[in-house]
Ligand binder design. Sequence first.
Ligand SMILES: O=c1ccn([C@@H]2O[C@H](COP(=O)(O)OP(=O)(O)O[C@H]3O[C@H](CO)[C@@H](O)[C@H](O)[C@H]3O)[C@@H](O)[C@H]2O)c(=O)[nH]1
Ligand SMILES: [Mn+2]
Length: 906
Amino acid sequence: MASPAPAATGADVRAVSSTVGDGGLADPLLAVGNGGAATKQESGAEGKYWVPADEAERRAATESGGEDGRPLLFRKYKLRGAILHPYRALIFVRLIAVLLFFVWRIRHNKSNVMWFWTLSVAGDAWFGFSWLLNQLPKFNPIKSIPDLCALKLHYDLPDGTSKLPGIDVFVTTADPINEPILYTMNSILSILAADYPVDRFACYVSDDSGALILYEALVEVVKFATLWVPFCHKHCIEPRAPESYFELVVPPRIGRASEEFVNDYKRVQMDYDDFKMRLNKLSDTIHKRSDVYNRMRTPEGDAQATWMANGMQWPGTWIDPTENHRKGEHTGIVKVVNGSEVDANRNPSFNTTDVCLPMLVYVSREKNPNYDHNKKAGALNALLRVSALLSNAQLIINFDCDHYINNSQALRAAVCFMLDQREGDNTAFVQFPQRFDNVDPTDRYGNHNRVFFDGTMLALNGLQGPSYLGTGCMFRRIALYGIDPPHCRPGNITAKYGNSTPLIDSVSKAIKQESSTTPPSLDDTFVSEMEMVVTASYDNGTDWGKGVGYIYDIATEDIVTGFRIHGQGWRTMYCTMEHDAFCGTAPINLTERLHQIVRWSGGSLEMFFSHNNPLLGGQRLQLLQRVSYLNMTVYPVTSLFILLYALCPVMWLVPDEIHIQRPFTRYVVYLLIIILMIHMIGWLEIKWAGVTWMDYWRNEQFFMIGSTSAYPIAVLHMAKRLLTKKGIHFRVTSKQTNSNTDDKFADLYEMQWTPMLIPTVFVLVANVGAIGVAMGKAVVYMAVWTAAKKVHAALGLLFNVWIMVLLYPFALAIMGRWAKRPIILVVLLAAVFLFFGVIYVKVKVDASAETNQPQPKKSTAAVVAAAAALPRRTEHPKALLLSDTTRHQAAWWTASEVPSGLYNDE
Ligand SMILES: O=c1ccn([C@@H]2O[C@H](COP(=O)(O)OP(=O)(O)O[C@H]3O[C@H](CO)[C@@H](O)[C@H](O)[C@H]3O)[C@@H](O)[C@H]2O)c(=O)[nH]1
Ligand SMILES: [Mn+2]
């Protein structure tokens, strides 16, 4: 787990010694992990479970000098037979077991509540099916490790120049408040300082808020970058996002570090503090300046404009919003922030010629209330077009504004896959895992989602490749243009790119891989062309958002964009690095996190009910790749069954006894076998994925929380969309932290109630209450129960407790600040159990006093058991969240039928 301490030490060592310039990839077997202790453990796992898979290819390449003289730039590893064979065998055996179990249930259709029995068998079938969807694509995990040394050897020329391909880096931001400017600027600084030839990459920032403050912040970034970038290059600084660097690194002292480094460090740190101060003051500066100009130049009664430093009115949104100058309604803006000239005088002491910065471009596409802006996908497509005109790089990488480059070698790592002799030309994108540095140490809401990133995606890497996950993904430009991969012999280009002739020309240039070596001159005609391609109406009548660019009409553009690309026959690669490539922020507030999950799971369902349905679309999808997309689009449905089972304990309120499945003992034995098997498979997955039990467990817990809140809401949204045609609103995840406190994790304790949380509260209360009642029952009936009944009751209770344990992070969440002392929860729970127990005993004793009939009507414990019967996690669609190892076990939910038989069978 990403604990700040070991990371700090690592960064410190790197900064001081200046020796690690290759991102720590010298040993390819150390390719996964995030530093410190975790790395040690994981690298051990690597050596143990992974073996080279491409020795023959490498030999052939060496002998022949390569098919076309191009080098092999990554290494492939497969799972060692000692773990792969048992893993596959277990999956097979479990499949048989689940089928037998299912047949057995059908043949023993004994229940006195037949509708419940039928429902539970339907649930059984669904869980079994969705477990298969999740499990099958993991049959052959493959790890690919970039070979940075080989890349250097072949593409960096001895004269200091380079043959590396061009990269256009995209950053999207939508809101300067919810997405704090400081984070965005840090992300941009890490990009500008990345280890890549400065004339070969450019950074494009999309600002969907159209605010002057963001543009002026970029101007400040350029000023600070002229110091920061050479400092990073000179001392091999990691990470190259200054905020994280200064936070993680112990300030160097003379004696431990060279005097030169200490002096440079101090100077840059001071300059960084100044830079932050200027950023903080920007809002004020703009206000004051605008007041002055408005007083001087705005006639009485006219709208109060917002003014730029050069004395011109800002074309975007104004502080006092007015027609054509408000959020959602303003003209398009494209501005090259730094051009090519940089103030070289600012770094006289760094003795380096490396003062140039990559081109930095500010883009705010036109907003017009009469058009759908297609959220992030629309913003990215606008960047695609502007960059096509300006630099037209062959490769593109996009970042959310809160994700920075954590390993300066990351761009090079991705390029290794794109240029490799074997599959390079057919590789459409290289996806990196998402890592986060603001997550609480115990990762209460499973934000790290390691099971998904390190397990599921690695498995897909053995098929056609990982899906596109949003941020930290490098694309081949032509793959985004809807063009077929070379192995499919692309035909004529029929896609409609709109009516910008320079843009259409740039497409043919991109196909021929001609990058423009001479940047276009930014004259008026050219600037208006750039503004034309970011107008709100540009997409009309074109294929943008359909077959070209990032796909529209869905809450999650990522999964569906990746799907379309895979469907055309492209392959993709997954790249993990020992020192994490990128790092970002995740919502550690439960409500914020659940909103994110609603968007992801809602987007998945939207995809299922669209023409991008994995059963219909994607001609060239490999079978198992298709299965994995199917899994990613249907998994939220599972939550409906889970919710139903989790609510079963309310049955203790019903006086009649319920029998769903008999004979009971045999039933429980079958169930336990199936459950045990799913965890054995999970255990093997943990091993090969190099994740911890804690990651696995958090995944289970959060799947349960989501299944009783966010996923059912997504299903409702989908139903609404089918009826009303209105999609899910893209609610930008708030990255604001509670600034009134010093506590880095204050957001964790901020409880924000939303209706979505009600079902989970209900499930929690039902289960806690049921345990209390079960305890009461034990007091009343212990003396009359047979041994078998006691065992059954204990089993029921166990299941019930299991649900409670799964919902533990939720219980902490609703305690708000009180959760800082979890002991309060323990005491509270004990009190509630006692309360329900006492009430039960009291009611029962009173009732038997009246009727003199002490026999229990129905087993609480059994009912309780029902609750426990949950199926487990499913796959997260967009991965971000879900788990996936074992998913649905028919078994678990079947446990819900425990109530049926508890006291009646046998
Ligand atoms: O109208 C919009 C809405 C969003 N964004 C940007 O989109 C990115 C992602 O938005 P965020 O609210 O942070 O979503 P997350 O849930 O954190 O993002 C995850 O999920 C998204 C899909 O739902 C992916 O696109 C992201 O890459 C992935 O990190 C941010 O940079 C936003 O600025 C825009 O540019 N314009
Ligand atoms: Mn985000």
